[in-house]
Design a protein around this ligand. Structure first.
Ligand code: NVA
Length: 312
């Protein structure tokens, strides 16, 4: 069966740990593993803006010996000019894997069902699992472990990053605390799924709307933009309701001593995060951005390797 990374819980706890170990190896020796030698191509499709995802996948695919093939989403007209199913069948005959940033998770699922090659979620409205592998790698580098670590996500917890932190953090055995105004708390279905995972990994899930209570004792504090791609028209309303949930220096000071601050970027200083936090000594944001490359290489190598094992 072809493996995909569509949601964070597509990786079991053991598989997530293996991918993180591989990412750490790739970080030390970036040019040794060449599962895409040939070069085989990986299609990268972006239906939303991108900087980190495009450059980190491009560089990472090249480092794995492959060719990063940028497919222009607007020209391809996926789901408009031709169906997602037909695009999947065509791409699957040309490339070793497909990396897709798009809006609807259901379209990604359709791509995966028909491509015959691994499909990687490079961000949808619902999840951002590649970012989470990078974030977990970053937390592990700075704190040494993941299991048992308390992480607080403060801000728009209803976005893709909130859902991904719930599932990936639970898979890693972390104590995940989601803090947002009542209308921006994560989807209850994802909270339930994450709670079930945490029950097996020794982690836990908490949700609430008091930022100081959420951050107290946290070793890692995470935020994200309040205006995810596609939500631009809601910017003013979101700024008003989310203002008390900004990751300020004062809020970070209530976390555990030496706590680290994460943000997947792009960041809006003075809005969801203080400049003194993102540019300060507790910020690990630039490591996170670098780790996208190592993390995504590990995801691709893992998914391609899973296919190889099946064929062997
Ligand atoms: N929640 C953000 C993440 C950006 C990487 C968005 O979807 O725009």
């Amino acid at each position: 069966m072809t493996r995909h990374l569509l949601r964070d819980n597509d990786l079991s706890p053991a598989e997530q740990a293996a991918v993180l170990d591989l990412a750490a190896e790739f970080k030390v020796s970036p040019y040794d593993a060449r599962p895409l030698a040939g070069p085989q191509s990986v299609a990268m499709i972006f239906d939303k803006p991108t900087l980190r995802t495009q450059v980190s996948f491009s560089a990472g695919i090249a480092e794995l010996g492959g060719f990063p093939m940028l497919v222009e989403g607007r020209l391809a007209g996926i789901g408009v000019r031709e169906s997602v199913e037909d695009v999947a069948r065509v791409l699957g005959r040309q490339v070793a894997a497909i990396v897709w940033r798009t809006f609807h998770q259901a379209d990604l699922d359709t791509m995966a069902a028909h491509a015959g090659v691994p499909v990687v979620n490079a961000l949808t409205d619902e999840f951002h699992p590649c970012q989470l592998i990078a974030d977990l790698l970053t937390v592990r580098e700075h704190l040494g472990v993941l299991a048992g670590v308390r992480v607080a996500f403060v801000g728009d917890a209803a976005c893709n990053m909130g859902s991904s932190w719930l599932l990936a953090g639970a898979t890693a055995g972390m104590h995940v605390v989601m803090c947002a105004p009542p209308d921006h708390l994560p989807c209850p279905e994802i909270v339930t799924q994450a709670t079930d995972i945490a029950a097996r990994t020794g982690g836990s899930i908490t949700t609430g709307s008091d930022p100081v209570a959420a951050v107290r004792g946290a070793a890692a504090v995470v935020t994200d933009t309040w205006v995810s791609m596609g939500k631009e028209e809601e910017a003013a309303a979101r700024a008003a309701v989310l203002a008390p949930y900004a990751l300020t220096a004062e809020l970070l000071a209530t976390a555990a001593p030496g706590a680290i601050a994460l943000h997947c970027l792009p960041a809006y200083r003075g809005t969801e995060i203080d400049a003194t936090v993102i540019d300060g000594p507790q910020s690990v944001v630039w490591d996170e951005a670098e780790n996208r490359r190592h993390a995504q290489k590990a995801v691709l190598a893992f998914l391609l390797g899973a296919g190889e094992e099946e064929r062997a």
